[in-house]
Design a protein around this ligand. Sequence first.
Ligand SMILES: Cc1cc2nc3c(=O)[nH]c(=O)nc-3n(C[C@H](O)[C@H](O)[C@H](O)COP(=O)(O)O)c2cc1C
Length: 278
Amino acid sequence: MDNFFLQDEHQANPGMYLHENTKNFRHGSQFYSDAELTTQDAVAWIYDIYTDERILDEVALPAVTQAEVPGMNCLDTFLTRRSTRKYADKPLDITELSHFLKLAYPIDSSEKASTPGALPHQTLSQWNGHVTCCRLVLLIKNVTGVAPGAYLYDEFSHSLKLIRAESRHNIDDFLKQYCFQAEFIESPVLLLQVGSIKASTERYGERGYRYMLLEDGVQIQRMYLSGASLGLACCATGSLVQGKVESWLGLDGFNGSVLNGFVIGHYCPAPEASHDHA
Ligand SMILES: Cc1cc2nc3c(=O)[nH]c(=O)nc-3n(C[C@H](O)[C@H](O)[C@H](O)COP(=O)(O)O)c2cc1C
């Protein structure tokens, strides 16, 4: 190969080969079908993994429209958004979680008629911003009104589908081993972003790997802004042993793969100003 990075003096690694082979190139594999793809079709892959038999329970989140969610204006949201690594050991209310998730998806997410372009990478038509290459699986530890466990978020019905019931204690023990940022342990919810290498590459060809990660980034940004506008503390984190988390969630790493984590919760109250005078 004549690529700069793959010349002998530079150490080629698997990531570099992946990078090279997911670029646009003539005769590279393409989208497998010209059929119109609905949003529901585009996310069907997660329901092939978490079939009805694997859904243990369903929790309806308090109904709300985006317009009804109280939040900061755009400017304050942008000025406030930051990563937080210290969390109060305080429950998140189910309403706060409902508001956060509602803002984390486009406004038309729950409309059945919403149809994103089938070939967004090949047209100039508007993408509705609906992330379909990544899904959210929430590790709920401390949310008022929701039992601890792992839940898939369904934005169409605005509900949480229980895929693994587990005590907070057991989730914390698991995270202590396989999430190596202890500062996140106090947070009430860790959202895992799950992608599908199979679905993304079937849909877009080899480049689907890149699109999956791009959509992951879109979703992270949406969550940071949603959390900031609601006054919640947030932080993206890649500090997970992905393979272990995948096994824990019953994912095989190909049909479903853990991409990263995102923590939300309450800020720790600022320490009171000291009145000591030296
Ligand atoms: C994809 C992604 C992964 C991240 N992973 C981590 C992480 O593993 N641990 C962490 O403490 N922060 C992580 N962050 C947060 C960044 O460190 C943070 O966004 C950056 O320092 C800028 O700070 P700010 O978000 O407060 O503006 C991640 C951010 C992104 C976008």
